[in-house]
Write a protein that binds this ligand. Structure first.
Ligand code: GRF
Length: 203
């Protein structure tokens, strides 16, 4: 399966996916990396691996619709099977998602539906939860609310602050995203017409 990864920052999740794809038996390859930020650190990391990159700086476009139209035109050329949002800090419109429904994945640093949005690690600490973690889900037009594909649990240590907790969750994200991508790329998990996750073999 051909994957396009979307980044806005350091791209450590994109890098983890690219590394996983290097395994000969892995059922996906990163065909390109797209960023909305010209200065995203992940661009250099992708280029170092020989992965083509495309930057669509939001401020170069008059509107969100024009920005998305430029990205969609590039996707029509690249023809990916799957889109993996990996630290991509922009919401996709329903018009963008519709032609790719069931083929866009996102990773979020919390155990959804708990803590959607930003600053999830500080919120977890403030809430006094004993476990935190990360979620890979199909993307719909809501924010961090699409059908869940896979999750990983990360214990919260009493000494944790947002930085130490985020670091441990990020390591779990890297493993989880490769696992989730394999599930979707092999068809072991897919989105059904009602927007629910269907696991192969489950009747
Ligand atoms: C990660 O925690 C990811 O879950 C969130 O952004 C953070 C940075 O991701 N969306 P990356 O290093 O750019 O992949």
């Amino acid at each position: 399966k051909r994957v396009v990864a979307f980044i806005s920052g350091g791209g450590s999740n994109m890098l983890a996916l690219a590394k996983a794809c290097e395994a000969p038996d892995f059922p996906a390859e990163i065909a390109a990396v797209i960023s909305d930020k010209p200065d995203a650190g992940g661009l250099a990391r992708a280029e170092a691996l020989g992965i083509p990159t495309h930057v669509f700086a939001r401020k170069s476009y008059g509107s969100k619709a024009e920005h998305e139209a430029a990205i969609l035109a590039a996707l029509a050329e690249i023809r990916p099977d799957l889109l993996c949002l990996a630290g991509y800090m922009r919401l996709l419109s329903a018009d963008f998602i519709r032609p790719h429904d069931g083929r866009i994945l996102n990773i979020h640093p919390s155990l959804l539906p708990l803590f959607p949005g930003l600053h999830t690690h500080q919120r977890a600490i403030d809430a006094g939860v004993r476990v935190h973690g990360c979620t890979v889900h199909f993307v719909n037009e809501g924010m961090d609310e699409g059908a869940i594909i896979a999750q990983a649990v990360v214990p919260v240590d009493p000494q944790d602050d947002a930085v130490t907790l985020a670091g441990r969750v990020l390591t779990a994200e890297h493993r989880l995203y490769a696992h989730a991508l394999r599930l979707v790329a092999t068809g072991a998990v897919r989105l059904d017409d009602a927007g629910r996750v269907l696991t192969a073999g489950a009747q």
